[in-house]
Design a protein around this ligand. Structure first.
Ligand code: SF4
Length: 110
């Protein structure tokens, strides 16, 4: 689509996950509907750049399993991060929990 010169914002699994975590779309919003929700908010001519940047974020920091929220530039505005942080601040992890991977949750929160 970009090769054809179309200014479209594709929603792949990374972008769908990040958009949900950032609260840009609802938890149950499908990727197809996400395209319709997000698309109108993207400035003209910026879709490709935003897509590639979100893709890089999803591959390097906001991974499906164990996102590296402590390294994320969006953590201060991220509801997912705030929820994780409030979970961890109210209940300290047991010794066993703190030594193993936290599954689908963040590895480290600063
Ligand atoms: S703060 Fe964490 S969950 Fe939120 S966008 Fe960044 S890496 Fe993803």
């Amino acid at each position: 689509m970009w090769a054809a010169g179309r200014d479209l914002f594709a929603v792949d699994v990374h972008i769908h996950r990040i958009a949900k975590r950032l609260g840009l779309i609802g938890e149950k919003t499908s990727p197809l509907k996400a395209h319709g929700v997000l698309g109108p908010h993207i400035p003209k001519g910026r879709a490709f750049e935003l897509h590639m940047n979100m893709l890089a974020l999803g591959r390097t920091i906001c991974m499906a399993r164990s996102p590296l929220c402590g390294q994320c530039p969006f953590r201060r505005m991220c509801p997912y991060y705030r929820a994780l942080r409030s979970q961890t601040s109210t209940k300290p992890p047991s010794k066993r929990e703190s030594t193993r991977a936290a599954g689908p949750k963040a590895r480290k929160i600063d």
